[in-house]
Design a protein around this ligand. Structure first.
Ligand code: UDX
Length: 448
């Protein structure tokens, strides 16, 4: 099929590469010239494992191209995918202006029957508005199909080729059948439903996953008080097939471009029809508090933070991405800086993105994990990059002023860290305190 994709963000770019790799002819359109020039040279603007290689293979094979010329791209395509952003506005509502602008441009460029597939996450009823906008600008026949995207950053290529399910929302069986055909090779799990339900499935899925995270984080907070271990609790819960084991990792809360935005948007969607989504409001509050807890815990360990040096491992909202949008690291580092803390930070790929959004004379940008810990009064692990779990913690401890470790993602084995004489705090697991911070027994290191 001849496809045109509007928007070269995560969803647009990954979908474009995936559909090209399946043998379709794909044109990706974006209004940012610089971005398109880079893509034409085979450079991707994001860090996403495997994506750049696959993009080059498909571009070289002549199946994938990039342009700013939306009109011609629409005219040459049988099916057009809208994958532009829907950022949060003040109050949590999703900003639909990019979507509506794309719909208008499609309508104005139409030259025959087209299917318009919406992959952006949009509030219930938006696909119908898109239909109305296109119809206003064009007299050619067309169908709008809602196909929400569920890929995760960091594993976007794998998720695109092996989705758990494809949701197709349509009010025309013929258009739905074409959309099914396009996805047939990817999975047998294809649900064809009405447009409004398809729109709702995306929000409900993200809200449910965010709810699981806030739920297990509250269980973790209770575990700390009653002396239970949340990793054991999650393991035991997950063995129940009705519950399942994924999305039960306690930590410093969720971030990223989807969960924070989509939970707030769903609260707003419910509010617009006079429904108070109390449960989801609590999910958002719990997530915010979970970040704030980090500062409180640090104070419990090392007393006043003013003038102290804190090392931070990990800035990205999760591993395998350079995305720092809504990352817990942002709130935590801003609060530390506000308290006159010297913050030594390291992340394998997200440093530039973080620095673009927030820089301060108190932040020291370190070139590796070890150098961030030199002279630090405490170390906070905020993103579970595999390289952190593999660090020689004995060396790390020897570089620090106080061997205090706050493990915000429960990466380390408690017994191992205990053996290395760290003052160790994780989320929802009993503390194993050998010595008080600042009273480290150096003979243990000498014996090692
Ligand atoms: C999410 C959805 O998974 C995806 O289907 C949707 O299309 C976009 O939003 P993404 O934001 O890329 O994907 O990352 P995900 O792996 O879902 O993690 C989101 C956040 O939850 C991260 O900050 C992660 O650290 C956190 N998380 C996840 C937990 O704190 N605990 C868990 O058990 C799982």
């Amino acid at each position: 099929m001849k496809l045109t994709i509007i928007g070269t963000g995560y969803v647009g770019l990954v979908s474009g590469v995936c559909f090209a790799d399946l043998g379709n002819h794909v044109t990706c359109v974006d209004k940012e010239e610089g971005k398109i020039e880079k893509l034409q040279q085979g450079e991707i603007p994001i860090y996403e494992p495997g994506l750049q290689e696959l993009l080059r293979i498909n571009a070289d094979a002549g199946r994938l191209s990039f342009t700013t010329d939306l009109t011609n791209a629409v005219r040459n395509a049988e099916l057009i995918i809208i994958a532009v952003g829907t950022p949060s506005m003040a109050g949590g509502e999703a900003n639909m202006s990019y979507i509506y602008r794309a719909a208008r441009s499609i309508g104005e460029a139409m030259n025959g029957y087209k299917i318009i597939m919406i992959k952006s996450t949009v509030p219930v009823g938006t696909n119908e508005k898109i239909k109305a906008i296109i119809a206003e600008c064009s007299s050619y026949p067309f169908d709008v199909v809602a196909v929400p995207e569920f890929l995760r950053e960091g594993s976007a290529v794998k998720d695109s080729f092996h989705p758990d399910r494809i949701i197709i929302g349509s009010d025309n069986p013929k258009a739905a059948a074409i959309a099914v055909e396009l996805h047939r090779e990817l999975t047998d799990n294809i649900l064809v439903t009405d447009i409004r339900s398809a729109e709702m499935i995306k929000y409900a899925s993200n809200a449910y996953l965010a709810t699981r995270i806030s739920f297990i984080n509250e269980i973790a907070n209770i575990c700390e008080k009653v002396g239970a271990d949340v990793t054991e609790v999650a393991l035991g819960m997950g063995l129940d097939q009705r519950i399942g084991s994924s999305f039960l990792n306690a930590g410093i809360g969720y971030g990223g471009s989807c969960f924070p935005k989509d939970t707030k948007a769903l609260i707003q969607i419910a509010g617009n029809v006079d429904y108070d989504f109390k449960l989801l409001k609590s999910v958002v509050d719990v997530n915010r508090d979970q970040r704030n807890n980090v500062i409180q815990k640090l104070e419990e360990f090392i007393g006043s933070l003013r003038g102290r040096t804190i090392a931070i491992w990990g800035l990205a909202f999760k591993p395998n991405t350079d995305d720092v949008r809504e990352a817990p690291s942002q709130d935590i580092i801003e609060e530390l800086v506000r308290r006159d803390v010297i913050v030594k930070v390291y992340d394998p790929v997200a440093m530039d993105n973080f620095r673009k959004g927030f820089d301060h004379p108190n932040i020291i940008w370190c070139s590796n994990a070890i150098s961030a810990t030199e002279g630090a009064d405490a170390l906070c692990l905020l993103t579970e990059w595999p390289e952190f779990a593999e660090m020689d913690m004995r060396v790390v401890g020897s570089k620090m002023n106080n061997a205090v470790l706050f493990d915000g993602r429960n990466v380390f084995k408690r017994e191992l860290i205990h053996h290395l004489d760290f003052q160790y705090y994780s989320v929802g697991r009993p503390h194993l305190n050998r010595t008080k911070a600042g009273e480290r027994d150096h003979r243990i290191y000498a014996a090692d």
